[in-house]
Design a protein around this ligand. Structure first.
Ligand code: FES
Length: 158
């Protein structure tokens, strides 16, 4: 039994063409979405951070007895005679940047006070400021490494 009439004789092939086209488009979209997902999978979710090891100036750039604040790195470079040390300026309470004060350091956020050695004189900071390793690079510049914590009495002697 044939239900076609002369008026809709070409309707079924046209409908078939649209369905076929729609199917191809859906398939192409699925392949493109899968390929995009695969490419995205190859790119890791990595957060690039600046290195914790960096060069400062040459030793002579820092006068004897100076305490130089390096804002970008949040550290103090301390020179006493021919010795160099690096002190963290990050408060051990909640991470504010401490300021230089008379005979030590002061945190403006909650009032912690640290002595010249970075030890806590008054809280709420739970422990003293961190000291970091200082070495000399091949080009005779100070090399500061915030990955390497050292004791307060360890310093570079030139
Ligand atoms: S962050 Fe320094 S005392 Fe709270």
């Amino acid at each position: 039994m044939n239900r076609s009439t002369p008026d809709n004789k070409n309707e079924l092939p046209r409908r078939g063409f649209f369905q076929l086209t729609l199917g191809w488009l859906a398939g192409a979209f699925a392949v493109a979405a899968s390929a995009a997902g695969a490419v995205r999978f190859l790119v890791p979710n990595v957060l690039f951070e600046p290195s914790l090891r960096f060069k400062a100036g040459k030793p002579d750039d820092y006068p004897d007895g100076s305490v130089t604040f390096m804002e970008d790195e949040r550290i103090f470079l301390v020179r006493q005679g021919n010795t160099f040390r690096c002190l963290s300026a990050i408060c051990t309470h909640l991470g504010c940047t401490v300021n230089r004060a008379d005979h030590g350091y002061h945190c403006p956020c909650h009032g912690s006070v640290f002595d010249e050695q970075g030890s806590v004189k008054s809280g709420p900071a739970p422990r003293g400021l961190e000291w970091f390793q200082v070495t000399l690079s091949k080009d005779k510049r100070l090399l500061l490494d915030k990955n390497q914590r050292v004791a307060a009495d360890k310093y570079l002697v030139l």
